[in-house]
Write a protein that binds this ligand. Structure first.
Ligand code: PLP
Length: 367
């Protein structure tokens, strides 16, 4: 190596290796060990229907062609929300929207405001464009957003704010009046509605997009629609902001297969209804079982349930390890919330996996 040659790491932007990392190593373990129940990732345990599979398989015959701008699919999504196709930008999963929003609104040194704990992809992608993460702890004891503390943290460097609704990992909805306080700031606001499809009786916040041009919605078909591995998400915003998303996303970011799968399931809404019913059934079972053992499950409004098991004196890691060892189910560790240890998060698995989780609760917490 010549003296002039620097170590390649020294040539990186300073934040590339220091930004919070979003690791998907757990997926390696899950794929390598199909005997383990995958109840740690907020996935949908129900596979796509034959209609969806056929649609994706069929279009691969035209896989030699580049996709177009997917007007038909954007029209279906627009109809779902009562908006126009110009209000919809399609993405390679909503993670791509998360990445794009950071680069649309923030330059190095700007602040991204969210709560903690949160979906870790957000602080990771903010950090990767040199952004500064300002994370405000959830309010005690209900773990609702601490709206007053978040508003107090806003300053001239705050360039983007996040509200996940219902929140991950708590499953809690924010009050409309509180959400409007964030809209009124005039600062770009992402309302992430990844899990809203589990509660179709709660409308998407399209009215806020219509009223406030700096407010936008992020949606995904990874959750209630069950297409996490297919990768498809979309943003709902005013046309000017949709234009910015389309410039920031890579051209042809959504594959023909993802497009066809998305269209097929949007045309087959009973499939989503069935998946939601399945999820909500197991949530009811889990709540009952956990409460019977004196644990505190938070009201689940998505496909995941935060559980306060601090009364047991066990750490999150101990409980997660025990579930894997004794009943071959993977559940998620949760870092201490406001300094308190003893939380974990669980998502329904297949019937057999969910049953194993129930048996774990009965035996492990039964002592
Ligand atoms: C709040 C939230 N937003 C977005 C996502 C990412 O979804 P996608 O698979 O569309 O990238 C997740 C995934 O768990 C999430 O919890």
């Amino acid at each position: 190596m010549s003296e002039k040659t620097a170590k390649v790491e020294d040539l990186f932007m300073p934040w590339v290796m220091t930004a919070p990392q979003y690791s998907i190593a757990v997926c390696d373990t899950a794929w390598a060990h199909p005997e383990l129940g995958r109840m740690m990732l907020n996935e949908n345990p129900v596979p796509p229907s034959q209609k969806v599979v056929d649609a994706a398989a069929n279009i691969i015959k035209q896989g030699n062609r580049y996709p177009d701008r997917m007007l038909r699919l954007r029209t279906k999504l627009a109809d779902l929300h009562g908006v126009k196709p110009e209000n919809i930008a399609v993405a390679n999963g909503s993670s791509e929207t998360i990445d794009a929003m950071m680069r649309i609104f923030m330059k190095p040194g700007d602040e991204f405001l969210c709560s903690v704990p949160t979906f870790e992809m957000f602080p990771s992608r903010a950090g990767l464009c040199g952004g500064v993460n300002v994370q405000i702890p959830l309010r005690e004891p209900d773990l609702q957003y601490d709206v007053e503390a978040m508003l107090a943290a806003v300053n001239e460097k705050t360039k983007l704010i996040l509200i996940i609704n219902p929140n991950n990992p708590t499953g809690i909805f924010i009050d409309d009046a509180d959400l409007i306080k964030f809209c009124e700031l005039g600062i770009p606001l992402c309302v992430d509605e990844a899990y809203l499809d589990y509660h179709p009786q709660v409308a998407a916040k399209v009215d806020l997009v219509e009223k406030y041009p700096h407010v936008f919605l992020s949606h995904t078909l990874s959750k209630a629609y069950g297409l996490a591995g297919v990768r498809f998400g979309y943003a709902v915003a005013v046309p000017e902001l949709i234009e910015a998303f389309n410039r920031m996303y890579l051209p042809w970011n959504v594959s023909l297969m993802a497009m066809a799968a998305a269209e097929a399931i949007l045309d087959n809404h009973e499939e989503v209804d069935e998946k939601v019913t399945y999820n909500n059934h197991w949530m009811d079972v889990f709540v009952e079982e956990l409460q019977a053992k004196g644990l505190k499950p938070f009201p689940p409004h998505g496909n995941y349930m935060l559980v306060d098991a601090s009364v047991t004196g066990k750490t999150s890691q101990e409980m997660v390890d025990a579930a894997r060892e004794s009943h071959q189910v993977m559940i998620k560790t949760i870092k201490p919330i406001n300094g308190k240890e003893g939380y974990f998060r669980v998502t329904p698995g297949t019937p057999e996996e969910s049953e194993r989780f129930v048996q774990f609760v009965r035996s492990y917490f039964g002592k």
